[in-house]
Each structure stands twice: as C-alpha cells, then as structure tokens.
Ligand binder design. Structure first.
Ligand code: F6P
Length: 340
C-alpha cells in the first residue's frame, strides 16, 4: 500500500440503497491502485468524534447488494451553529490521518458542507446520492432508481385494493422539498393525479379530476409529494390532508397511505448498483488525475464532474424537467392546475 496515497470516505445525509455499492467500488479500485482507504463513520461525525477504520476489499465483499451504508450516516452539520469548532476539528483529523482527499457520498446538504470544507483546505470529491432527485448539476443520483421501483411496486399493490373497493387512494412519497420522486412514480404508475411542490394545485380541480377518473374506471390513484403546501394550519402529513379533503369534496370512499421510510431501504436495483459503481470508480480516477473539489455528475449516461462551488446551495426542481413532465401531461395526468 502506498502510504503517501490515502483516501478518506464518508456517507452523510439521508441514506439510500446503492451507497454500499459505491463504497465497494471505491475501495476495490483504490486498493488495486495501492491507495490506502479509511472509512469515517456516521457522516462528518466520524471526523468530529474520531470514529474511523481502515477499509479493505475484504470489508466490502457482498455489500453492493445491501441497502443503507456500512459506514452509517448522520445529518451532522459542522457549520451549525456558525462559529462552532467542528470544521477545525474535521480539518485537524483530516491532516492528522494524512488524508490527501475525502470522498463524500451525499445529497444537497452534504455537497454544501463539502464545499465549505474545501474552502478550509480539505480536498473533496463528492458522489451524488438521494431518493429526492434534487441535487443540482447532475440528473442521476444513487438511490433514486431503487426508491422509484419501490414506490411503483407499492402502488401496483394499492391499485389492486383501490379497484376492489372502488376507492380513491392517496399515496404520499418522500422527496423533501421537490416532486421528482412523486412525478416519476406517478408516470410509471399511470396515476390519475400527481401533486408536487413545484406546481400549485386547486382542490376543486383535483376533486373534479378524481371524480371523473372514479366514474370512468371505479377508482382513482393520487400520488402526493410530502413537500406540497396544504391549506390552513394543518400539521399532519400532506397526503393525509389531501385524502381528507378529497373525501369531503367528492363524497367517495377515500384512503391514505404514506410510503415514507420504505423508500429509503432495500436491495439496490441493478441500475443503481451500476450507477454507484461507475461513480465510485470515476471518483478514484479524479483523485489520480489530481482533480478535487468537484462532484461526480451524470448527464444521462455520460459521467463527468462539476465544481462544488457551482452546485453549493442550489436545488434541482421538478418543474424544470423537460422530459418526464411533458410526457405526464401528454398522458393526461393531472397536476391539479388549470393546464389544458
Ligand atoms: O433526503 C432524503 C429524505 O428521505 C427526504 O425525502 C425526507 O424528507 C428526509 O430525508 C427525512 O429525513 P430524516 O431521515 O432525517 O427523517
């Protein structure tokens, strides 16, 4: 092992299937290049609290098929509160360990933190993961395909019971502040109505559309992103509120299910494993080419990198989509707006 070449790796933010496939790819490829690997546990917390361990090929055997992260994750925010000594502790650990780069597998918040750490002198390579689809600067992310497949499988099952009982069923999916997961789930499931934060909706319009679908096929499926805005001082889940209001407005039997954390686990799909493994290998290649302070980026199947400075603080919103959204409209899926 070349002791002068030493990469650290951590996973931060909400976990998702495929992270372990990325870790395995990084470790296998780096080890083949005689690069030492150290894994820091529980996101940036591992740096702050000194929790880390060597990572070898043997540690990674078979993990590509397992959800979650063998390193654990956290939502540790080193720069909050402003002025805390955590960034200095992270830099000290980075230097004391003799790291010459850190690979961070994470989403928006992680890339923002990574960028600020790069300004403190850490050399960072980001790998995008999220079930929300909201990382700016890339259109593929580890975890999204698996979460989408899980959501679509769940809705296939829900349609069975909606049809049998002649009901309107509202299904809420995660997505944080964007509607990508709900949009893609709705298209793949041919849902009747999809509500996302990026498109304001009218209750009257969704009630009318739900009633029309119900009369034509005896049931209706409404996919709701968790981040939509519902009226009044409602504090519960958005989807539950939509189900309540639809039941009142249509007079039809209405039920609600939130898929929640089911979408965060499970064995990664083959597509997610391939994406994660490609990103892991590419990240090590960037290191060997001396390219840092970037995030691995996908434009379709094309892999490249984008500076952390360009993406920090930005969010990728679903209404900017030029592909799935127009197709959803063409399929007659209602977004609860007055689109004709
Ligand atoms: O960012 C992934 C995500 O699952 C979001 O979709 C969701 O809103 C959030 O994490 C939940 O956060 P936590 O895991 O901290 O409860």
């Amino acid at each position: 092992m070349d002791k002068n070449r030493h990469i650290g790796i951590c996973t931060a933010g909400g976990d998702c299937p495929g992270i372990n496939a990325a870790i395995a790819a990084v470790v296998r490829y780096a080890s083949s290049q005689n690069i030492r690997m150290t894994g820091f546990t529980d996101g940036f917390g591992g740096f702050i609290h000194g929790n880390y361990r060597d990572l070898t090929v043997e540690d990674c055997i078979g993990i590509e098929r397992i959800g979650g992260s063998i390193l654990g994750s956290s939502r540790e925010k080193p720069f909050k509160p402003e002025g805390s000594d955590k960034p200095v502790r992270i830099k000290t650990m980075y230097d004391n360990q003799g790291l010459d780069t850190l690979i961070c597998i994470g989403g928006n918040g992680t890339m923002r933190t990574a960028y600020r750490l790069s300004e403190k002198g850490l050399r960072i390579i980001g790998i995008p993961k999220t079930i929300d689809g909201d990382i700016w600067g890339t259109d593929r992310f580890i975890g999204f395909d698996t979460a989408l497949s899980t959501a679509v499988d769940a809705i296939d099952r829900i349609i069975d019971t909606a049809r049998s009982h002649k009901r309107i069923i509202v299904v809420e999916v995660m997505g944080h502040r964007t509607g990508w997961l709900a949009l893609c789930t709705g298209v793949a499931s041919m849902a009747d109505i999809v509500l996302i934060p990026e498109i304001p909706f009218s209750l009257d319009i969704i009630a009318t559309n739900a009633s029309t679908c119900y009369r034509s096929k005896g049931y209706a499926i409404v996919v709701v992103a968790e981040g939509i805005t519902v009226s009044g001082d409602w504090k519960g889940s958005s989807g539950e509120r939509i189900a309540q209001m639809l039941g009142v407005c249509t007079g039809m039997e209405t039920r609600f299910t939130s898929l929640g954390y089911i979408l965060r686990g499970g064995a990664p799909t083959a597509a997610d494993r391939i994406l994660a493994e490609r990103a892991g290998v590419y990240a090590v290649d960037l290191y060997m080419r001396g390219i840092f302070d970037v995030m691995v980026s996908f434009r379709g199947d094309v892999i490249s990198e984008i500076p952390l400075a360009e993406i920090a603080g930005k969010i990728r919103n679903a209404d900017t989509d030029r592909f799935v959204l127009p197709h959803a409209r063409a399929l007659g899926i209602s977004f609860g707006d007055d689109y004709i």
